[in-house]
Write a protein that binds this ligand. Sequence first.
Ligand SMILES: [Zn+2]
Ligand SMILES: [Zn+2]
Length: 195
Amino acid sequence: MAILSLPEYEELARVAHGHLCAGQILGLRMALLGVRLLELDDPTGTDRKRLITYVEIDRCMTDAIGVVTGCRLGKRALKFRDFGKAAATFCDLQRGRAVRVAARESAKERARELYPEIEAKNEQQMRAYREMPDDELFETRWVRVATPSEDLPGYKAPRVLCAACGEGVNFRREVARDGRVLCRSCAGEAYYTEA
Ligand SMILES: [Zn+2]
Ligand SMILES: [Zn+2]
């Protein structure tokens, strides 16, 4: 599927995310800019194997970025780095280049200036974010992203079993500890405790 128009993406995003909001518009615009700078004209089709995206926040915009790029967690093409920032980095694996696109802090203020008569913030920002030029919305820069091979889609390696809990660990996420091979939970990184 080639690049669609913004209204067409808005409809897809509304369905995927459950509602349309300013964050979704921002995410769509951010991803459109990213793939345009990478010169990919069919991100979800012929170019789908060359694109991976790092997102820096888990919010509305994250879902919208997936709509444009086709990058999804389950395809290992969407990488989440929990920095709490409205930014994403789009990587073209084929050409070995990447561009980071960050929303400008001034974008909200600009939306207020453009549409002071719209009282509802979400409506005000949706309208403004549809219309503002890219460089008012975003700051972009070319960056280098060293993605280890085990993080790439399609990476194959034998699964290893954790010596403590016996569960299988994929993608070289195991850790060596005192001569044993452990999963990250058993190595002390667990995010849960027994109930
Ligand atoms: Zn939302
Ligand atoms: Zn374990």
